[in-house]
Design a protein around this ligand. Structure first.
Ligand SMILES: Nc1ncnc2c1ncn2[C@@H]1O[C@H](COP(=O)(O)OP(=O)(O)OP(=O)(O)O)[C@@H](O)[C@H]1O
Ligand SMILES: [Mg+2]
Length: 248
C-alpha cells in the first residue's frame, strides 16, 4: 500500500533520514521505533507531504534548507511530488505528535472542524462512530479541548484524523506523555480502529514496550538509518530492543 524507497532527508547539511526503505501493506499495523531525534517525525512528515509543503514555504522565502531524495508511492501511485492536501484526499492522514487540537473549541467542534471532507450526514455518522471508539469523549463533548487531559486530547486528535476517512493513518508518538493505564486504553483503540474501520496504521514511538505487542512488523530507526526490521514478536523478544527501547 505504501512504499518508501531510499528516502533521504537533509535539513541544511544535516541528514535526518538516510536511505530508508520501508513498506506497509494494507491492513497492517507497522511500527517505527526510534529514540529522540531518530527521524520519526521527519519520516511521518515526509510521507504525509507536510515536509514538501514546508520546503515550498521556505523556498518562497528564499531559503533552500530542506532536501528530499527518494520515492514514495501509495496505492501503486507515485506521490513523491504530491502536496499534503492531495495526499489527505487519497487517504493518507497524519495525527501529529503532541496532540495539536484547537484548545479554544470544544470536543465536538474539533471533530467538526476535522470533517471538511464529509457531507453533513457523513459527519454525524462519523462523530457517533468516534464516540463509540472513544466513549470517554462522550461526557466531554462540550468541554473546551484545552481543558482535556493529555490522554483525552490524544483521543480527540486521533478522532479528528478519523474524520478525514483515512486509508492509511500515520500516528506520530500517540503515547507520548500518557500514563501506562491510558497508554493501554489508547493502544486498544488503535487495534479497534484497524479492525473495524479498515484503516492501515503506521505508528512511531520511542517506547517500544506497549506498541510491539500490537504491530505486525516494525522498523528500528537510529540516527535516520534503519538498523533492524522484524515482526512485532521478534522485536519484542530481542534483548537489544529491550535494553534500548523498553524505558523504565
Ligand atoms: N525543521 C527542522 N530543521 C532542522 N533540523 C530538524 C528539523 N526537524 C528535525 N530536525 C532534525 O532532524 C533530526 C530528526 O528529527 P525528528 O524530529 O524527525 O526526530 P524524532 O525521531 O521525531 O524525535 P522525537 O522523538 O524527539 O520526536 C534531528 O536531528 C532534528 O534535530
Ligand atoms: Mg518526533
Amino acid at each position: 500500500m505504501l512504499n518508501v524507497d531510499k528516502l533521504m532527508v537533509f535539513y541544511e547539511n544535516a541528514i535526518a533520514i538516510n536511505e530508508l526503505s520501508i513498506e506497509v501493506n494494507r491492513g497492517e499495523i507497522v511500527g517505527i521505533i526510534g529514540s529522540n531525534s531518530a527521524g520519526k517525525t521527519t519520516l511521518m512528515n515526509t510521507v504525509s507531504g507536510l515536509l514538501l509543503d514546508t520546503k515550498l514555504k521556505e523556498q518562497r522565502k528564499g531559503g533552500e534548507r530542506i532536501t528530499i531524495f527518494g520515492r514514495i508511492s501509495f496505492l501503486e501511485q507515485d506521490i513523491t511530488d504530491r502536496w499534503a492536501d492531495e495526499r489527505v484526499k487519497m487517504g493518507i492522514v497524519l495525527s501529529r505528535e503532541r496532540h495539536p487540537v484547537f484548545v479554544e473549541s470544544d470536543v465536538e467542534e474539533n471533530l467538526k472542524i476535522a470533517s471538511y471532507l464529509l457531507s453533513r450526514a457523513e459527519m454525524r455518522e462519523k462523530i457517533d462512530y468516534i464516540y463509540r471508539i472513544f466513549p470517554a469523549l462522550v461526557p466531554l463533548r462540550k468541554r473546551k479541548a484545552g481543558f482535556l487531559s493529555g490522554g483525552e486530547q490524544q483521543m480527540l486528535a486521533i478522532g479528528m484524523s478519523l474524520m478525514a476517512k483515512p486509508k492509511l493513518m500515520l500516528l506520530d508518538e500517540p503515547l507520548l506523555g500518557l500514563s501506562p493505564a491510558i497508554q493501554v486504553k489508547l493502544i486498544e483503540s488503535i487495534v479497534t480502529i484497524r479492525k473495524e474501520a479498515d484503516v492501515t496504521i503506521l505508528i512511531c514511538e520511542q517506547f517500544a514496550r506497549p506498541v510491539l505487542p500490537i504491530i505486525d512488523r516494525g522498523y528500528v530507526l537510529e540516527n535516520g538509518m534503519l538498523t533492524l526490521h522484524g515482526t512485532g514478536e521478534e522485536l519484542y523478544n530481542n534483548p537489544e530492543i529491550k535494553a534500548a527501547y523498553f524505558g523504565v
